[in-house]
Write a protein that binds this ligand. Structure first.
Ligand SMILES: [Zn+2]
Length: 166
Protein backbone atom coordinates (compact mmCIF):
# COMPACT_ATOMS: atom_id res chain seq x y z
CA UNK A 1 0.00 0.00 0.00
CA UNK A 2 2.13 2.85 -1.28
CA UNK A 3 5.26 1.08 -0.08
CA UNK A 4 8.04 0.10 -2.40
CA UNK A 5 11.69 -0.87 -2.30
CA UNK A 6 14.26 1.44 -3.81
CA UNK A 7 17.92 0.58 -4.42
CA UNK A 8 20.84 2.98 -4.50
CA UNK A 9 22.66 2.57 -7.83
CA UNK A 10 25.92 3.74 -6.24
CA UNK A 11 26.18 1.34 -3.30
CA UNK A 12 23.21 -1.05 -3.75
CA UNK A 13 21.76 -0.25 -0.34
CA UNK A 14 18.00 -0.92 -0.11
CA UNK A 15 15.39 1.45 1.28
CA UNK A 16 11.75 0.87 2.07
CA UNK A 17 9.84 3.92 0.91
CA UNK A 18 6.43 4.73 2.34
CA UNK A 19 5.18 7.96 0.76
CA UNK A 20 2.13 8.13 3.01
CA UNK A 21 4.46 8.77 5.94
CA UNK A 22 6.44 11.58 4.30
CA UNK A 23 5.40 15.12 5.07
CA UNK A 24 8.41 16.88 3.60
CA UNK A 25 11.15 15.87 1.14
CA UNK A 26 13.68 15.49 3.96
CA UNK A 27 11.59 12.61 5.32
CA UNK A 28 12.73 10.53 2.36
CA UNK A 29 15.68 8.50 3.69
CA UNK A 30 17.18 8.37 0.19
CA UNK A 31 17.83 12.12 0.18
CA UNK A 32 19.62 11.89 3.52
CA UNK A 33 21.53 8.88 2.19
CA UNK A 34 22.71 10.75 -0.93
CA UNK A 35 23.82 13.75 1.07
CA UNK A 36 25.51 11.97 3.94
CA UNK A 37 26.98 8.88 2.30
CA UNK A 38 27.70 10.02 -1.24
CA UNK A 39 27.99 13.78 -0.62
CA UNK A 40 25.58 14.54 -3.46
CA UNK A 41 23.85 17.81 -2.57
CA UNK A 42 21.22 18.02 -5.30
CA UNK A 43 18.12 15.93 -5.19
CA UNK A 44 18.47 13.59 -8.14
CA UNK A 45 16.57 10.60 -6.87
CA UNK A 46 15.72 9.14 -10.27
CA UNK A 47 19.36 9.24 -11.35
CA UNK A 48 20.66 7.57 -8.22
CA UNK A 49 17.91 5.12 -7.30
CA UNK A 50 16.01 2.39 -9.03
CA UNK A 51 12.71 0.94 -7.93
CA UNK A 52 12.95 -2.81 -7.59
CA UNK A 53 10.35 -4.33 -9.79
CA UNK A 54 7.94 -6.73 -8.19
CA UNK A 55 8.19 -10.14 -9.78
CA UNK A 56 5.20 -11.87 -11.36
CA UNK A 57 4.53 -13.98 -8.28
CA UNK A 58 4.37 -10.92 -6.08
CA UNK A 59 1.89 -9.26 -8.43
CA UNK A 60 -0.26 -12.40 -8.37
CA UNK A 61 -0.09 -12.29 -4.57
CA UNK A 62 1.70 -15.59 -4.57
CA UNK A 63 4.87 -16.39 -2.69
CA UNK A 64 7.99 -16.87 -4.86
CA UNK A 65 8.83 -20.32 -6.19
CA UNK A 66 11.84 -20.55 -3.83
CA UNK A 67 9.37 -20.74 -0.95
CA UNK A 68 6.63 -22.79 -2.61
CA UNK A 69 9.11 -25.45 -3.70
CA UNK A 70 9.95 -26.18 -0.04
CA UNK A 71 6.62 -28.03 0.29
CA UNK A 72 5.78 -30.72 1.23
CA UNK A 73 8.22 -30.60 4.14
CA UNK A 74 8.58 -32.80 7.21
CA UNK A 75 7.96 -31.55 10.71
CA UNK A 76 8.82 -32.99 14.12
CA UNK A 77 7.45 -31.72 17.42
CA UNK A 78 9.83 -32.57 20.26
CA UNK A 79 9.45 -32.34 23.99
CA UNK A 80 11.64 -29.78 25.79
CA UNK A 81 14.31 -32.42 26.43
CA UNK A 82 14.71 -32.59 22.64
CA UNK A 83 14.70 -36.42 22.78
CA UNK A 84 11.04 -37.32 23.10
CA UNK A 85 9.14 -37.00 19.85
CA UNK A 86 5.61 -35.81 20.53
CA UNK A 87 4.41 -35.99 16.97
CA UNK A 88 5.72 -35.89 13.44
CA UNK A 89 4.36 -35.63 9.97
CA UNK A 90 4.35 -33.45 6.92
CA UNK A 91 3.44 -29.86 6.18
CA UNK A 92 1.81 -30.73 2.88
CA UNK A 93 1.27 -27.22 1.63
CA UNK A 94 1.31 -23.59 2.71
CA UNK A 95 -0.97 -20.73 1.76
CA UNK A 96 0.97 -17.47 1.91
CA UNK A 97 -1.36 -14.71 0.70
CA UNK A 98 0.16 -11.89 2.75
CA UNK A 99 3.22 -10.06 1.50
CA UNK A 100 4.55 -7.50 3.89
CA UNK A 101 7.58 -5.22 3.87
CA UNK A 102 8.60 -4.17 7.35
CA UNK A 103 10.16 -0.85 8.25
CA UNK A 104 13.39 -2.56 9.35
CA UNK A 105 14.11 -3.64 5.77
CA UNK A 106 12.76 -7.17 6.05
CA UNK A 107 10.36 -8.84 3.68
CA UNK A 108 7.74 -11.36 4.81
CA UNK A 109 5.37 -13.88 3.27
CA UNK A 110 2.82 -14.71 5.96
CA UNK A 111 0.25 -17.46 6.00
CA UNK A 112 -0.66 -20.89 7.19
CA UNK A 113 0.63 -24.45 6.73
CA UNK A 114 -1.53 -27.53 6.60
CA UNK A 115 -0.01 -30.13 8.93
CA UNK A 116 -0.79 -33.82 8.45
CA UNK A 117 0.32 -35.75 11.53
CA UNK A 118 1.38 -39.37 11.10
CA UNK A 119 -1.29 -40.37 13.63
CA UNK A 120 -4.01 -38.74 11.59
CA UNK A 121 -4.46 -35.34 13.23
CA UNK A 122 -4.78 -32.34 10.92
CA UNK A 123 -3.74 -28.88 12.02
CA UNK A 124 -3.07 -25.42 10.63
CA UNK A 125 0.20 -23.76 11.60
CA UNK A 126 0.29 -20.00 11.22
CA UNK A 127 3.74 -18.96 10.13
CA UNK A 128 5.85 -16.89 7.81
CA UNK A 129 8.97 -16.85 5.70
CA UNK A 130 11.29 -13.86 5.87
CA UNK A 131 14.52 -12.46 4.52
CA UNK A 132 16.35 -9.18 4.62
CA UNK A 133 15.59 -7.26 1.44
CA UNK A 134 18.28 -7.99 -1.12
CA UNK A 135 19.22 -11.38 0.35
CA UNK A 136 18.74 -14.62 -1.54
CA UNK A 137 17.67 -17.17 1.06
CA UNK A 138 14.37 -17.28 2.92
CA UNK A 139 14.20 -18.25 6.60
CA UNK A 140 11.26 -19.98 8.21
CA UNK A 141 9.84 -17.66 10.85
CA UNK A 142 11.01 -18.48 14.33
CA UNK A 143 8.54 -16.22 16.10
CA UNK A 144 4.77 -16.34 16.35
CA UNK A 145 2.74 -14.96 13.53
CA UNK A 146 1.12 -11.59 14.22
CA UNK A 147 -1.75 -10.46 12.01
CA UNK A 148 -3.84 -7.32 11.78
CA UNK A 149 -7.64 -7.64 11.45
CA UNK A 150 -7.31 -6.94 7.74
CA UNK A 151 -4.60 -9.56 7.30
CA UNK A 152 -6.52 -12.21 9.23
CA UNK A 153 -9.58 -11.63 7.04
CA UNK A 154 -7.36 -11.94 3.97
CA UNK A 155 -6.06 -15.25 5.28
CA UNK A 156 -9.53 -16.61 6.10
CA UNK A 157 -10.77 -15.70 2.62
CA UNK A 158 -7.81 -17.52 1.13
CA UNK A 159 -8.52 -20.64 3.23
CA UNK A 160 -12.18 -20.56 2.16
CA UNK A 161 -11.17 -20.38 -1.50
CA UNK A 162 -9.00 -23.47 -1.01
CA UNK A 163 -11.86 -25.34 0.66
CA UNK A 164 -10.12 -25.55 4.03
CA UNK A 165 -12.80 -23.50 5.78
CA UNK A 166 -16.50 -23.17 5.05
ZN1 LIG B 1 24.23 4.63 -1.78
Amino acid sequence: MGKFVSRCKLCREHFVIDRSRMKKPRDDPRIVHLQEVHKIPTIRLDDCFETLREDKAMKAKEAPIEIRSKYPRKFVFRDVDRETILSEGEATKALLPIHHIGDAGREYWKGVERLEHKRGLREFRFMYWTRKIGQKNWNWGQFNLCLTDEQLNQLINSMKKEGWLH
